[in-house]
Design a protein around this ligand. Structure first.
Ligand code: PGA
Length: 256
């Protein structure tokens, strides 16, 4: 697939942001996302479920997309507490984060569960999945983390038909870089990016894929991560959920 897409910036507000703060952060995004910004990058805001309805009307017709932080693999039924991908679509979401390492760690999500979610998000709801993968420090130190990442990716995408032409976003987030203030080195990121790009292409040769980097991305380093050949964009947690930091990130993106 040779389509050249703008860098994709995904803001993951996790469980850190109240409805009022979500509205303020969205106002900041709206203020920064002018014509010039629209030409240079795509922007997706991922509030927690309860804040989606406050953000969607604000983002409508602005070019900014809204995403959820998770969804279930069924579209309806007796699944107390779960959220249907179709309901998210109806609520105005166009993206969904899946397999974030915090869900793998605290909720016990496995590649098999994530694979079902990815399939449901795409096929039942037409959502663009942002599939998160990443190795721990121990796996990296053991030296076989390319094998680990390829397996995580293959397993998570296993139900997606090989013929798909849909958009699929992969977020490479090394666990040791998330929320630690220590991101990967851009040159190191570029190596993983090349490997993931090639592997995704082998798995889904016709899909339109983007590989993002996530883990301690800030205004200071975002430019180095979205540079060509390093990644196709960034998944940003902490720095996207504080007003001033988010402002700085968006401003920086305009100058890259
Ligand atoms: P961080 O989080 O930017 O705070 O490291 C990234 C993520 O968990 O998606």
């Amino acid at each position: 697939m040779t389509t050249v897409l703008k860098p994709l910036i995904v803001a993951n507000w996790k469980m850190n942001v109240s409805v009022r703060q979500s509205v303020r952060l969205t106002e900041v995004a709206l203020g920064a996302y002018d014509h010039r910004a629209k030409r240079s990058f795509s922007l997706v805001l991922c509030p927690s479920f309860e804040n989606i309805s406050a953000i969607v009307p604000m983002a409508q017709k602005t070019g900014i997309d809204v995403g959820a932080q998770d969804c279930f693999w069924e579209t309806g039924g007796a699944y107390t507490g779960e959220v249907s991908p179709r309901a998210l679509k109806d609520a105005g979401c166009s993206y969904v984060l899946l397999g974030h390492s915090e869900r793998r760690l605290y909720l016990g999500e496995t590649d098999a569960m994530i694979a079902r979610k990815v399939f449901a998000a795409i096929s039942a709801a037409g959502l663009t999945p942002v599939v998160c993968i990443g190795e721990s420090r121990a796996t990296r130190n053991a030296g076989n983390y390319f094998v680990f990442l390829r397996k995580q990716l293959s397993e998570s995408l296993r139900h997606v038909p090989r013929t798909t032409r849909k958009r699929i976003v992969i977020a490479y987030e090394p666990l040791w870089a998330i929320g630690t203030g220590t991101p990967i080195e851009p040159a190191d990121c570029a190596r993983v990016y090349r490997m993931l790009k090639a592997h995704t292409h082998r798995l889904l040769p016709h899909a339109c894929t983007q590989i993002l980097y996530g883990g301690s991305v800030t205004a200071e380093n975002v430019a180095s991560f979205i540079a060509q050949g390093v990644s196709d964009g960034a998944l940003i947690g902490g720095a996207s959920s504080k007003l001033n930091e988010f402002k700085k990130v968006l401003k920086q993106l305009l100058h890259t």
